[in-house]
Design a protein. Structure first.
Length: 376
C-alpha cells in the first residue's frame, strides 16, 4: 500500500511539472495567446491557464492623450473584427455626456452598418472552421467579401471603417448604396443553406467544450458564447440603443438567438442563426430608412463636460463597455474598456479541463475572440 501511494504521488508530481505550452504566436500577428496545459496520461486537459499580455497595447493610456476624434480611431482598431461597433460605443458615451440627440437617419444607418459589421465578423469565424471535414471558408469568405464591399463603398475602409463621429456619421451613404447593401444581403443569404448543412453535420463539435450558464455569468462571457449556454442577454433588446427599440428587436420577427447545451456545436449554431437575424434587421432598416442629416453640427474641438458616463453595446463578439471620466478637456481623463474577448477568454480555465488535446483548438475557435482585444 505504501509503494502504491508513493507511485501515485510521483505520477501527480510528474504531471504537475510537465506543462504543455501552446503558443504564443509572434506579437506582429493578430495578438499572442499562450495556453499552459497540464495533461493526464491520456492527453486529456487537467488544468488550463491562459497567458495574455504579449501585445502590450496600452490603449487605455493612449486614450488619455488623444482628443475624441483620435480616440475613435484607436477604439476602431482594438477589436478589428468589431471596428464599427467599437466606434459606436465610444461615440455614444460622449454623445450622452454632451446631451446630444442624434438625427433619426444617423441612428438607423448606424444600425445598418453595425449589423453588416456583425455579419462580416460572424462569417469570418464560420469560414475559419472545418465542419464535417469540409472547409467552410469557400462559403463564408465569399459571402463576407460582398459585405465588405458595401462597407468599403461607404467608408473607404475594409477593416478600419472610421465611419462614425461624435454626433452621428462622418458622411451619408452614396447614391445607390441601399440597393448595393440589399444585394450583399442576398449574396449572404444564398450561402446560408450550405453553411447550415455544414453546421448541422458537424457532429465532432457536439458535446465538446461544454460551458454552463453559471460559469459563463461568473466569468463575464457574453454574446453568442454566453447565449449558447442559456444566458438570455442581448443589449439590443435589454438596453436598446440607436434604433433597435423602434425596430422591435427581441420580438418574434427579430428574436434573440440562444440555446442551452453550451457545447461547441451550440455556439457555432447560435452564431449562424444570429447572422440570419442580422440580415433581417438590415433589410427592415433599409425599408424604413428616414431622410435627413446624418450628424449633429458640432465645433471642431469637442469637449466632454466634467463628470463620468458609461455606454455599452452588443458588439459582434459580445458586450463592449466604455467608462469615460472627463474633467472638461479635449481628451479623456480616464477611458476604460470592458472588452468582449477578455470575458470570453476568461472561461478557458473552467472550459478546457476534461477536453482532449485534439479538441482544444476546436473549442478555442468557438469562443469567438480576438486576442488583441484582450490586451488593453
Amino acid at each position: 500500500h505504501q509503494r502504491e501511494l508513493q507511485a501515485a504521488v510521483r505520477r501527480r508530481v510528474l504531471r504537475a511539472d510537465v506543462v504543455l505550452d501552446l503558443g504564443p504566436q509572434h506579437p506582429t500577428t493578430h495578438g499572442g495567446l499562450q495556453l499552459a496545459l497540464v495533461l493526464d496520461d491520456d492527453d486529456v486537459v487537467e488544468r488550463a491557464d491562459p497567458v495574455v499580455g504579449f501585445q502590450h497595447r496600452g490603449a487605455e493610456k493612449l486614450f488619455e492623450v488623444r482628443d475624441y476624434r483620435q480616440a475613435l480611431a484607436l477604439a476602431n482598431r482594438h477589436d478589428w473584427l468589431s471596428a464599427f461597433g467599437n466606434e459606436i460605443g465610444l461615440a455614444l458615451v460622449v454623445e450622452r455626456m454632451l446631451g446630444l440627440e442624434l438625427p433619426p437617419r444617423a441612428s438607423w444607418l448606424r444600425v445598418v452598418l453595425a449589423e453588416l459589421n456583425r455579419v462580416a465578423a460572424s462569417l469570418l469565424f464560420l469560414g475559419g472552421l472545418r465542419l464535417d471535414g469540409d472547409p467552410a471558408a469557400v462559403h463564408g469568405h465569399r459571402a463576407r467579401e460582398a459585405v465588405l464591399r458595401v462597407m468599403e463603398e461607404h467608408s473607404g475602409g475594409r477593416v478600419h471603417f472610421m465611419a462614425n463621429a461624435v454626433g452621428g456619421l462622418r458622411q451619408d451613404v452614396p447614391a445607390g448604396w441601399p440597393q448595393h447593401a440589399r444585394q450583399a444581403v442576398a449574396a449572404v443569404r444564398s450561402d446560408l443553406p450550405r453553411l447550415a448543412d455544414l453546421v448541422e453535420g458537424a457532429d465532432a463539435l457536439r458535446g465538446v467544450g461544454v460551458l454552463s450558464a453559471d460559469a459563463a455569468l461568473a466569468h463575464g462571457a457574453s454574446g453568442p458564447v454566453a447565449r449558447a449556454s442559456g444566458v438570455d442577454l442581448d443589449l439590443r433588446r435589454d438596453d436598446p440603443y440607436l434604433a433597435y427599440a423602434a425596430l422591435g428587436f427581441g420580438s418574434a420577427e427579430l428574436p434573440v438567438v440562444g440555446a442551452t447545451a453550451g457545447d461547441s456545436w451550440s455556439r457555432v449554431d447560435c452564431l449562424l442563426r444570429q447572422l440570419a437575424v442580422s440580415l433581417d434587421v438590415v433589410e427592415r432598416c433599409l425599408d424604413d430608412l428616414p431622410p435627413g442629416p446624418v450628424s449633429v453640427r458640432l465645433p471642431k474641438t469637442v469637449r466632454a463636460p466634467e463628470g463620468a458616463g458609461y455606454a455599452w453595446t452588443e458588439n459582434p463578439l459580445g458586450v463592449q463597455g466604455w467608462y469615460l471620466v472627463s474633467r472638461g478637456g479635449t481628451t479623456p481623463w480616464r477611458l476604460a474598456m470592458r472588452t468582449a474577448s477578455a470575458g470570453n477568454a476568461s472561461v478557458l480555465p473552467v472550459l478546457l479541463p476534461g477536453t482532449h488535446l485534439r479538441d482544444v483548438a476546436t473549442v478555442l475557435g468557438t469562443l469567438f475572440l480576438v486576442v488583441g482585444d484582450i490586451d488593453k
